[in-house]
Design a protein around this ligand. Structure first.
Ligand SMILES: [Mn+2]
Length: 316
């Protein structure tokens, strides 16, 4: 991967829809490193940068469409399939070579050159390993971007994917100039007013299975209209659902528009929601996955809960 990047003169960096701190932090760290190596680079994302990540160095330079090419190499960070690029997929398919840096298992279509480590907690860690091979010095801005990826994909070092090596890495990034307290405050404690309102609407719908193992919340399309929220504002709501005592599986259903429902699944411990999401045409990690439906909310919920019962034996 480092050789492919060093051999390029212009690089287009792709991030996933509904971007999180890892995809954007990884992409911006790479952008800064490539520019410092005298290359032209650009970061694109189908969606705009969420409110709580507008502290990342160079976030204003995340564009919704590629600028003037040509680009020699496309780099896909933190996304396991071209579909996760949404409207940007054709631009990347047209590039002469694609590089994938990821901690999800990618689909077969992705990239001639890949650096994939499913044991990494974040893509940001993998970016840092590439930068080390490239000999890029880690300055405060790169450290801030990388630490944001690591912090957000470990839930602020609270998820079980947090290992001693991540705390050691975080210490190195803080020493390089990243401000951990500021990153956590910005990422978790600066929610837009409309995001807090839609959180309240979601939590007012909480339901659970008779055995208490499955807890879910639902947002109707009208909730988005009433609160003024858009789908990125629902980020993190599923973690409040998962916080219910006794919940092994937490689900958030969002009817983002009529007959379009996005589903986030989270689990504790050994319950593997990636299998459930995959059976429903989606994907993800064992403890965090998602899928979507081109149906109404009630059908999507019925279908998902039936699949949960089938995989887990929990009783609704
Ligand atoms: Mn990630």
């Amino acid at each position: 991967v480092a050789a492919a990047l060093q051999g390029a003169s212009s690089v287009l960096i792709g991030t996933h829809v509904n971007p999180d701190g890892d995809t954007l932090g990884s992409a911006l760290a790479l952008l800064l490193a490539l520019e410092r190596a005298g290359k032209r680079a650009e970061v694109v994302c189908h969606d705009t940068v969420p409110h709580n990540l507008r502290f990342l160095p160079r976030w204003e330079d995340v564009h919704q469409a590629p600028g003037v090419g040509p680009f020699d190499v496309g780099v896909l960070v933190d996304l396991e399939g071209l579909s996760r690029l949404a409207s940007l997929a054709p631009a990347f398919k047209a590039l002469p070579s694609l590089v994938t840096i990821d901690h999800h298992i990618p689909s077969m279509e992705l990239g001639s050159v890949r650096f994939v480590d499913k044991h990494a907690a974040s893509t940001a860690e993998l970016i840092l390993r590439v930068l080390r091979v490239m000999g890029t010095p880690i300055d405060a801005d790169i450290a801030t971007c990388a630490l944001t990826g690591l912090v957000t994909d470990t839930g602020g070092f609270r998820f079980p994917n947090t290992r001693p090596k991540h705390l050691v890495l975080a210490a190195k990034l803080v020493r390089a100039g990243a401000n951990l307290s500021e990153i956590i405050t910005e990422a978790y404690e600066k929610r837009a007013f409309r995001a807090q309102r839609v959180l309240g609407l979601a939590l007012s719908t909480l339901e659970r299975s008779r055995d208490g193992h499955v807890v879910w919340a639902s947002l109707r399309h009208t909730d988005f209209i009433d609160s003024g929220a858009t789908d990125p504002d629902t980020d993190g709501i599923v973690n409040y659902v998962r916080a219910v005592d006794g919940a092994d599986i937490a689900i958030l259903f969002r009817e983002t528009r009529p007959n379009r429902v996005r589903v986030s699944l989270r689990s504790h411990g050994t319950v593997n929601v990636a299998e459930i999401a995959k059976a429903l045409g989606g994907g993800g990690h064992a403890n965090a996955a998602g899928c979507s439906f081109e149906t109404g909310l009630d059908d999507a919920r019925r279908c998902t809960l039936a699949e949960v019962v089938r995989w887990t034996g929990f009783s609704l």
